[in-house]
Design a protein around this ligand. Structure first.
Ligand code: HEC
Ligand code: HEC
Length: 254
């Protein structure tokens, strides 16, 4: 009885906190879109009309990519789900790299917006990866081959010119599957031809594993590998040696 009352209280508190944290505004996807997205992505997700831009095709492409927002027609629920649930969107201003940040919308608002973006054109659905079917060692070699150049071997983020590949520790299995198919920002898009769905399962399983690798003996030291661990050993040994010398020195002098 008491436990269930406590649960009810917690739920009531959560419900009270929920709408306050989420964006104000109606529940309709179209209305939310009009309020938060239309300024950059245009009416009906049309992007910015090509005619308004000058310059060659390559420059136009670059401007669409860099300075304005892309068309959302045909990006599907997949891209909307990824960009909204990571908090990448709404972007604060054009020209900056989307980063993982606080999600602005409540769950019903997310679903409404994702549904609205999906309705703008025929596009891919939200993937349902099955990492439990994947193989960690296959995942590791695929990750090393396709991803580690940017995201580092233990998936702790890295640096490429013009962008910061994020650490993958906050990415859910679905978000990893989505990112691989979208190729957000400067990340390349991987088709099913280059990475099949079953290979993707292995990659996801490896990334999830790399978040919490079992540490077999020794100290983890943030999983930065054997060299620093060796250095620490030397450091400890040096302190012990100095200590020993001092003790011996004292004995000799007394
Ligand atoms: C050319 C460099 C590059 C390669 C190769 C690359 N990525 Fe990325 N990745 C990025 C960048 C940059 C971002 C950030 C995108 C943004 O800010 O919009 C990113 C974002 C992500 C995210 C979203 C993470 C988050 O929490 O924001 C995931 C998941 C991801 N990548 C997985 C992968 C996987 C898996 C592979 C290999 C199949 C891969 N990436 C290959 C550069 C790369
Ligand atoms: C300040 C301008 C701006 C605002 C506001 C904005 N976006 Fe974006 N959006 C961008 C830019 C720029 C990109 C391209 C980012 C990239 O290259 O990763 C983008 C990319 C996207 C993508 C990925 C498209 C693709 O080709 O895969 C989706 C989906 C998206 N935005 C949805 C939204 C939604 C939904 C909202 C409103 C909640 C929103 N955006 C608000 C500028 C904006």
């Amino acid at each position: 009885m008491r436990a269930s009352r406590l649960i009810a209280l917690v739920l009531a508190l959560a419900a009270a906190a929920g709408p306050a944290a989420a964006a104000p505004g109606g529940g309709s996807g179209k209305a939310l879109y009009g309020q938060y997205c239309i300024a950059c992505h245009g009416p009906n997700g049309s992007g910015v009309p090509q005619g308004r831009l000058s310059g060659g095709a390559a420059l136009r492409q670059q401007q669409v990519q860099r300075a304005l927002a892309p068309s959302l027609q045909g990006v599907g629920a997949l891209a909307a789900d990824f960009y909204l649930r990571t908090g990448y969107m709404p972007l604060q201003r054009v020209g900056i790299q989307p980063r993982r940040s606080r999600v602005l919308f409540s769950e019903p608002q997310l679903q409404a917006l994702i549904g609205y973006v999906a309705s703008l054109g025929k596009g891919p659905a939200i993937p349902k990866p099955q990492p439990q079917r994947g193989d960690i060692s296959q995942g590791m070699s695929l990750f090393t081959e396709h991803c580690a150049g940017c995201h580092q071997v233990v998936a702790e983020g890295g640096v490429v010119t013009g962008a910061l590949p994020p650490a993958l520790e906050d990415a859910t299995s679905t978000q990893i599957a989505e990112a691989v198919r979208i190729g957000p920002y400067v990340m390349p898009t991987f088709t099913k031809k280059s990475i099949s769905d079953s290979q993707l399962n292995s990659i996801i399983r490896y990334v999830q594993y790399a978040k919490h690798p079992d540490d077999r003996g020794g100290w983890a030291l943030g999983h930065i590998g054997p060299v620093p661990e060796g250095l620490v050993t030397w450091f400890l040994a040096a302190v012990a040696l100095v200590g020993m010398c001092m003790v011996i020195g004292k004995r000799l002098s007394s």
